[in-house]
Design a protein around this ligand. Structure first.
Ligand code: AMP
Length: 214
């Protein structure tokens, strides 16, 4: 039986913030993004695995990892069967609709808008609620290029500072919803490792509330 707790962390900027937060509660002491190593074991015998952000949920859902840290944008897109146990207060950004022409959204509902995005599920659900017909184009990166090159009328993406949009001459047409980093837990693992997972979650929450004692 697996007894060691495994936490899946996303590579990239979200992962760096996640490691800092775990270190602030006395965990992940030797985990680093500055090496090509993909697995680490800290002084509390917790194993950490570094995976692509879109794969964090897969590892947790399948039970290979007991816990994970991931942006709520990925959770909303993947509609997965995991518990969300803490909002970690970093990685804050928002889902927005952006483009060159803000009047595009006010056209008759029969107009079909071409929308490029890395988030097809979130995008379809949002426009379905608005009863706006769309032609969806799934893009895997640099979505901002799509309207520039005439591939789409508008885009749906996560926006943090807005600098990428600005640098490409695009503006926010509508903000959709807030995004932030969350701690997620495998459903079965939550039952079997309740005490250990609760302890980590409580320490993370205490840190956010400013009353964590290391
Ligand atoms: P920004 O220029 O700061 O608005 O960031 C926009 C670019 O970074 C877009 O390509 C987004 O897909 C990506 N991005 C924005 N916020 C985040 C985040 N919290 N985590 C990962 N990628 C992000």
């Amino acid at each position: 039986m697996k007894t060691q707790l495994t936490i899946a962390l996303p590579t990239g900027r979200l992962g760096e913030s996640a490691i800092k937060q775990l270190q602030a509660i006395g965990l992940a002491n030797n985990v680093s993004t500055k090496t090509r190593k993909l697995t680490f074991i800290d002084d509390s015998a917790i194993q950490y695995i570094m995976v692509k952000p879109v794969d964090v949920i897969t590892y947790v859902e399948k039970g290979v990892a007991d816990m994970g840290i991931i942006g709520s944008d990925v959770i909303m897109e993947q509609q997965s069967d995991v518990y969300e146990v803490a909002d970690l207060g970093f990685g804050q950004c928002k889902f927005s609709i952006a483009g060159f022409d803000s009047s595009l959204l006010n056209q008759t509902q029969d107009t079909v808008l071409t929308v490029a995005t890395k988030y097809p599920y979130v995008t379809k659900a949002y426009f379905r609620k608005r009863a706006q017909k769309i032609d969806l184009i799934k893009i895997n990166g640099s979505v901002e290029l799509a309207p520039l090159l005439g591939l789409s009328d508008i885009i749906v993406d996560i926006v943090e500072t807005g600098n990428t949009l600005k640098a490409n001459g695009l503006t926010i047409i509508e903000d959709m919803m807030e995004v932030s980093a969350k701690a997620i837990v495998n459903r079965v693992s939550y039952r079997f490792n309740y005490e250990r997972i609760r302890d980590i979650t409580e320490r993370l929450n205490a840190l956010l509330e400013g009353d964590f004692d290391a």
